[in-house]
Design a protein around this ligand. Structure first.
Ligand code: G4P
Length: 526
């Protein structure tokens, strides 16, 4: 059916699937909400305070979330804008992010890095950036909160390069900041978008003939005009040039300035972003690269979420569609289990409500009800038996020794441990010889979720004793000897029997590397 190929191609090309990476409080929720508003996905944005209260009521699925007032899980939001279909993969905003956050990034085709103009690059942004950077996906930067006094824009760009190692191309440039903010100058369109305080229901622009235009002086006043003129001149002379290829492989980040809460610069950002961002990318599989335009439906599970609705003990497996067309009720092959399954109740996600999906295309995320048959990384394919590459395991940074309070619960405990490991809630290691269980996570919250669910779903009470380790490295290339990992370190095995060394500090890691030059110290599982 040649029309099907055409349909898949057109639908793929209008899709953009991305995640917003930022440190808590940079304004991710605010920006997401504004973006959704442009797409008409939610009628009323409401104030941030109002929204926070609402979010509490709609998306909390677990006691922990209620107790701590945070959102533990990622969700997916979809909206349409000027012919584009946009998928935002939302990631937990709290400081206690988890491996789920990292894994979600593997399902995105590009990332928007949100930075608070007063704070610059913060810890969590850096970690998330590194995951994206490893994949070489395009990264777009939005520097937020221009309505407040922030750092010098050149300082911020320098920080991107020094801390993250990425060069930048400012698409627009602030004319003033905080109280003196008048607008942003669009370098490519040669126009000034005027700042009008909180009212940005409509973009007001002033066309100019370059950054030396006297009109900017009228807008900014003589002093600010001179300053901005010098800054833009410097950018022209010494800054990087606009280079689509470098943007596409993540070497150059287009930078946009604005204020999310005032809706200033957000629409301009969105429109440029949609034009520059890539459509859904092909993925690597056991049978080579799979192009989205392949007419056979295929995808992989990148996340499993439990108990979204506490009334039903359902799990939801999130599938990133890689190729073909998904239709409800279709039968696909669950390759690992070698079984055909009917996808009858797929969910799509819109502003925290779940809708039944009838059709979906590459780049889309669908949620499948999971009676316990899926694991992270599982491939689903309409016909054949290709398998997508395994998702990376991220190096945990926090460790705890686990003991079960009631030894009679051993069977229950093992069941819970297997299930929760499959969902990717925690990583499990065992000490060599004693077979003690050590849990590893990237965010403290994962321990809390693990303990909570073991208690409430499997009736097993645990004791977690924090260990001093901070780094995990998979050791390959040598037959690692536990005796060589005694000082501020220890040698354990992961779930597949690979040897992993845990280190208390960077010094211990470095000296082990020096002592064993023939060994590889990998930060993800081999
Ligand atoms: P997050 O999801 O990244 O954690 O950030 P969120 O959107 O919740 O925003 C964090 C804080 O930053 C909020 O204020 C929000 O109003 C504020 N904010 C977001 N964008 C801008 C901006 O462009 N300019 C200014 N000045 N502030 C911005 P809060 O006081 O923490 O929250 P609330 O008490 O208003 O709910």
């Amino acid at each position: 059916m040649p029309n099907l190929a055409q349909e898949i191609l057109e639908e793929t090309n209008r899709r953009r699937t991305f995640a917003i990476i930022s440190h808590p409080d940079a304004g991710k929720t605010t920006l997401t909400e504004k973006l959704l508003l442009f797409g008409g996905a939610i009628r009323l944005a409401g104030t941030v305070k109002g929204r926070k209260a609402n979010r509490h009521a709609t998306s909390d699925w677990m006691e922990i979330e209620k107790q701590r007032g945070i959102s533990v899980t990622s969700s997916v939001l979809q909206f349409e804008y000027k012919g584009y279909k946009v998928n935002i993969l939302d990631t937990p905003g709290h400081q206690d992010f988890s491996e789920d956050t990292y894994r979600t990034l593997t399902a995105a085709d590009c990332a928007v890095m949100l930075i608070d103009a007063a704070k610059g690059v913060e810890v969590q942004t850096k970690k998330l950036f590194q995951v994206c950077s490893k994949r070489g996906i395009p990264i777009f930067t939005f520097i937020n909160k221009l309505d407040r006094d922030g750092r010098d824009p050149f300082d911020l760009l320098e920080e991107l390069e020094k801390v993250l190692g990425i060069r930048s191309y400012p698409m627009n440039w602030p004319i003033g900041m905080g109280r003196s903010l008048c607008g942003i100058y669009d370098r490519r369109k040669q126009q000034v978008e005027l700042y009008q305080g909180a009212d940005h229901s409509k973009i007001v622009v002033e066309k100019v003939q370059g950054y030396e235009d006297e009109k900017i002086k009228q807008i900014a006043g003589e002093h600010l005009f001179e300053q901005v003129r010098e800054e833009l001149e410097l950018l022209e002379v010494a800054g990087d040039s606009f280079d689509l290829e470098k943007i596409a492989n993540g070497q150059l980040t287009p930078v946009f300035f604005g204020s999310a809460i005032n809706n200033f610069g957000v629409q301009t950002f969105l429109e440029n972003f949609l034009q520059l961002a890539p459509p859904p990318a092909p993925r690597h599989s056991s049978e080579g690269m799979v192009e989205p335009s392949w007419e056979t439906f295929s995808g992989y599970v990148f996340k499993i979420q439990a108990n979204m609705n506490p009334a039903h003990r359902d799990r939801l497996a999130f599938v990133r569609i890689v190729s073909g067309k998904f239709t409800r009720n279709m039968t696909v092959r669950h390759v690992r289990q070698g079984k055909d399954i009917k996808l009858s109740q797929p969910q799509q996600f819109l502003a925290q409500e779940r809708d039944i999906t009838e059709v979906a295309y590459p780049g889309d995320i669908i949620g499948l009800f999971d009676p316990g048959i899926f694991r992270i990384g599982d491939t689903l394919v309409e016909k054949g038996s290709l398998v997508y590459d395994e998702l990376p395991t991220f190096s945990p940074e926090i460790f705890a020794k686990l003991t079960v309070k009631n030894a009679l619960k051993h069977k229950q405990f093992q069941k819970g441990l297997d299930q929760l490991t499959e969902e990717g809630t925690v990583q499990v290691f065992r000490t060599i010889g004693f077979e003690d269980i050590i849990l590893g996570v990237v965010g403290q919250l994962q321990f809390e979720v693990f303990e909570y669910r073991m208690k409430h779903e499997y009736q097993v009470e645990l004791e977690l004793q924090r260990l001093p380790y901070q780094f995990a490295r998979w050791i390959t290339g040598i037959d690692a000897d536990p005796n060589k990992f005694r000082v501020n370190s220890t040698l354990v095995t992961d779930k597949n029997g690979n040897k992993v060394a845990l280190f208390e500090n960077e010094y211990a890691l470095r000296s082990a590397m020096e002592k064993m030059p023939e060994a590889n110290f990998l930060d993800t599982a081999p």
